[in-house]
Design a protein around this ligand. Structure first.
Ligand SMILES: [Zn+2]
Length: 328
């Protein structure tokens, strides 16, 4: 084996063109999924304080935003709904005229070339802010998944292209696959939030989606931050139940999990660069403490290098513009 001075790894770094030639991981717009928050009303574009550049939008504003997203070459958005009215059982989640269902129909009728993914959970829709129906303070798994199935069906009926359950209840992928198939939606893929951790990085999202739990936390269904074998069991279970794409969430602090999931199952693998990851980069950038653009690209490249085929990121538009400027 060659050693110095024959072996010089810097030879491939002196020239920027050579660096481009040997780069192992390169971002592409095809990797990006842009998360959007939709509210009732008209002409609304309400900034989310802890996530600069991210807004709650009414359906009319959202449709224009989606046209923008598509024209930038981003292939997909994922929608989160904020209902006008919340109750114990999250009825608005599976109302055929709920906010997500309306938004999907509006986007579908006006925007071409854009995949619409819908997030499926109950926490934005329940008065207590938990991800399912409760008995006292316990989330009832089997009753909740029936509601998630109904919610998924209304999304598919409205025209959603991909259904993305984020609740972490046991058995949800199976019941969603079943109800979709029984109703002629066998071609609609399921992107499951398969390994979703009970993370402190979700803080700003709770403001965006108005889904802070009224008491307690999500540790009875989301995963413990220390576990990786359990993540593999979660992912395996979702694949067995019919998931087409599996997700790890958050992304940046869980790169090892992404890599393990990718290597173990060789499935299309998504990762969610969550609100807290975004907020930290934004805040440090705005303070001049880091070069925001550079860290944005570095953080996304790291997620891809770890094995993610696609990622949900609030930087999608900025990163797409960066690619237009900096890559052929
Ligand atoms: Zn939830």
């Amino acid at each position: 084996m060659a050693i110095f001075p024959v072996k010089r790894l810097r030879r491939l770094r002196y020239n920027p063109l050579i660096r481009d030639m040997v780069r192992e991981t390169e971002l592409s717009k095809n990797d990006f999924i842009y998360p959007l928050f939709v509210v009732h009303g008209e002409k609304i574009k309400k900034p989310i304080k802890s996530m600069p550049g991210v807004y709650q939008m009414s359906v009319d504003t959202l449709v224009n935003e989606c046209k923008d997203v598509a024209s930038l070459g981003i292939p997909a958005v994922i929608l989160f709904g904020i209902p006008e009215h919340k109750d114990e059982v999250g009825s608005e989640a599976y109302n055929p005229n709920g906010i997500i269902q309306k938004a999907v129909r509006a986007i579908k009728s006006e925007v071409k070339n854009l995949i619409i993914i819908t997030d499926v959970c109950m926490c934005e829709y329940t008065s207590h802010g938990h991800c399912g129906v409760l008995n006292e303070e316990e989330i009832l798994n089997d009753q909740t998944i029936e509601l998630l199935a109904r919610e998924s069906l209304t999304h598919a009926q409205a025209g959603a292209d991909i259904i993305a359950p984020s609740d972490m209840m046991d058995g949800r992928v199976a019941v969603i696959r079943k109800i979709l198939d029984e109703n002629g939606f066998e071609k609609i893929p399921i992107l499951s939030y398969a390994a979703k951790y009970a993370s402190g990085y979700y803080g700003p999202f709770r403001e965006a989606a108005e889904s802070t739990p009224a008491f307690g936390d999500r540790r009875s269904h989301q995963m413990d931050i220390g576990n990786v074998n359990e993540a593999l069991r979660e992912v395996e279970t979702d694949i067995e139940e019919g998931a087409d794409i599996v997700m790890v969430k958050p992304a940046g602090p869980y790169l090892d999990v992404i890599r393990k999931v990718k290597d173990t199952f060789k499935m299309p693998t998504a990762a969610y660069q969550v609100s807290g990851e975004y907020a930290m980069i934004k805040a440090a950038g705005q303070n001049g403490w880091i070069d925001e653009e550079r860290v944005m690209i570095e953080s996304l490249t790291a997620i891809k290098r770890a094995g993610a085929d696609m990622f949900l990121t609030y930087f999608a538009k900025d990163a797409a513009r960066w690619l237009d400027k900096n890559r052929k």
